[in-house]
Design a protein around this ligand. Structure first.
Ligand code: AVJ
Length: 298
């Protein structure tokens, strides 16, 4: 907030209310990624299971409510275990407990870590592990700058060995009108999700943002191939955050999110560069979303 372009990292969206609003975004008509990825998982889970094989340790990044992974858990035979990794400890423990109840024979090893940082997998030896699969759905990788995305892929590569794989959801480049609609839904759920950040700062950092003096703004930046979300100050104003004043010019923005879009080829190139082989990719008939199966051959 002290930089010339004020900015807040998108991971801060997800407090309790923010997580609820995100779940609501996934339900709005204009927001196609969630339902398209679920459709792909349902359609191709048998092919995925075939590729993965038996006695796999399934690792999930940013497991959240662990909803999508159930489709994989139902399809993959004889799993060695399920290792959800999330920074939101309370939410993850809750979700893991529920999952362990639904799948009594499954070993659930919850790991509280930030997968964007360098970290190690905890040792696991309860059941024989034939190989590992990292599941990274939701196109969350799109929140990262391409350079950071490559770093995350390289870091993931270091956690894996020959014969292991990664299953990752990536939102595709498409008609900007579809993208702009997806981040400007008519019901205003995305606007509420964006503005909730200010509410959160008010509550947790003792600030006095007046939400009626800020506006949701999302647009596709074609040069950068990304959706940008901002909060726009509707007037010149000063806001106090934990006793420190922050000045806003009229129309000045806080940049709250980037959501990068890739073509299939662009993403495969990044994966190759990070040490993966792009073995298989699935996409829907309208080419809205892609699901990549990346492997390690050496
Ligand atoms: C969770 C990062 C994939 O970028 O589409 C949805 C978050 N932001 N609507 C995305 C989001 C606004 C979402 N990701």
């Amino acid at each position: 907030m002290t930089q010339p372009q004020k900015a807040i990292a998108p991971k801060f969206f997800y407090d309790k209310r923010g997580s609820e609003l995100f779940d609501q975004i996934c339900e709005v008509e204009e927001y196609y990624p969630t339902r398209t990825e679920i459709h792909l998982l349902k359609t191709y889970c048998r092919d995925i299971a075939q590729l993965v094989g038996q006695d796999c340790l399934l690792i999930e990044y940013g497991s959240g409510s662990s909803a999508k992974v159930r489709l994989l858990l139902d399809a993959l035979p004889h799993l060695a275990g399920y290792m959800p990794i999330d920074i939101s400890q309370e939410h993850m423990l809750q979700a893991s407990a529920e999952l362990a109840q639904s799948y009594p024979d499954l070993d659930v090893i919850a790991v509280c870590a930030d997968y964007t940082q360098d970290f190690q997998l905890p040792p696991y030896s309860k059941k024989p592990v034939n190989h590992k699969l990292i599941f990274f759905p939701g196109s969350t990788i799109g929140n990262l700058h391409p350079q950071e995305a490559i770093h995350l892929l390289k870091q993931s590569r270091r956690l894996l060995d020959k014969g292991d794989s990664m299953l990752i959801g990536v939102d595709l480049k498409k008609d900007p009108a579809i993208l702009n609609a997806a981040y400007n839904d008519a019901q205003g759920v995305t606007a509420a999700f964006n503005l909730n950040l200010l509410d959160r700062i008010n509550q947790e950092l003792n600030a006095n943002f007046d939400l009626s003096h800020f506006h949701h703004w999302a647009f596709y930046n074609q040069d950068e191939s990304r959706i940008e979300m901002h909060l726009v100050s509707l007037k010149e104003q000063t806001v106090i955050i934990d006793k420190t004043p922050f000045h806003f010019r009229q129309d000045e923005t806080i940049h709250t999110e980037n959501s990068y879009k890739y073509s299939i080829e662009e993403f495969q190139d990044m994966a190759n560069y990070a040490g993966f082989d792009a073995q298989q990719v699935w996409t829907d008939a309208d080419h809205l979303f892609s699901l990549h199966y990346l492997t390690i051959s050496h």
